[in-house]
Design a protein around this ligand. Structure first.
Ligand SMILES: [Zn+2]
Length: 225
């Protein structure tokens, strides 16, 4: 089979999907054409094993999505900030969910100082998270460290999202928007809430500290301490 046959297969799949979707819900696409009214913004990893809509059972039009390597939210990333601003200011999403996943290749590269290429510069942000928690991470068995850093990274990126001008301005206008941090288990297909939810500026520090303590206790308990 040539490469073209493979790529044509995708277009065939798409035709079937469009037909089936329209049959299941007549008028589906013409309704979506008029507007999108998603309640949620998903900021997740680009990893192909973490398909946002599928994991949470949402249809086209129901989830606004931004993905990058290792689900990073940084204040200098105009791409992510633009998505956040459109989602919050125009679409009025109620929830921003930062979603990491276990065994993230980006997080592993950051943890182990692996040189991959251009992405090393991007992963400096995750290395900052690692460095911040280095002493604690060093106590863990080596095989636990990647997943622990995946979760720590979610907490840090959720806190970053809270501190963006987009979210801060929404909160100061009295707009209802909550930031959440979840982690997806590649091994079992399940999402876990890391309970770092913040719905206003006063929530951010306490939610982060509680979630960090809970995360650390969970890993320490698994070590039998
Ligand atoms: Zn990843």
């Amino acid at each position: 089979m040539s490469t073209n046959d493979h790529i044509d297969g995708l277009l065939d799949n798409n035709q079937r999907w469009a037909t089936e979707t329209e049959e299941r819900s007549p008028g589906f696409f013409s309704r979506l054409l008029k507007q999108q009214t998603p309640q949620y913004l998903w900021i997740g990893c680009a990893d192909s094993r973490v398909p946002a809509n599928e994991l949470v059972g949402l249809l086209p039009g129901e989830l606004f999505v931004h993905r990058n390597v290792a689900n990073v939210v940084v204040h200098s990333d105009l791409n992510c900030l633009s998505v956040m601003q459109f989602a919050v200011d125009q679409l009025k999403v109620q929830h921003i969910i930062i979603v990491g996943h276990s065994n993230c290749g980006g997080v592993r590269a950051a943890l182990q100082d692996l040189r991959v290429g251009l992405v090393d510069n991007w992963l400096r942000h995750v290395q900052d998270v690692r460095n911040h928690h280095q002493d604690w991470l060093d106590q863990l068995p080596e095989e636990q460290r990647v997943n622990a850093l995946c979760e720590l990274n979610v907490l840090e990126q959720a806190r970053n999202a809270c501190q963006t001008t987009v979210v801060q301005d929404a909160w100061s206008r009295g707009q209802s928007v909550a930031v959440h941090g979840w982690v997806y288990g590649l091994h079992n297909g399940l999402l876990k809430d890391l309970s770092v939810t913040a719905a206003g500026p006063d929530d951010v520090g306490p939610a982060y500290r509680r979630a960090l303590e809970a995360l650390q206790r969970r890993y320490e308990a698994a070590m039998g301490r």
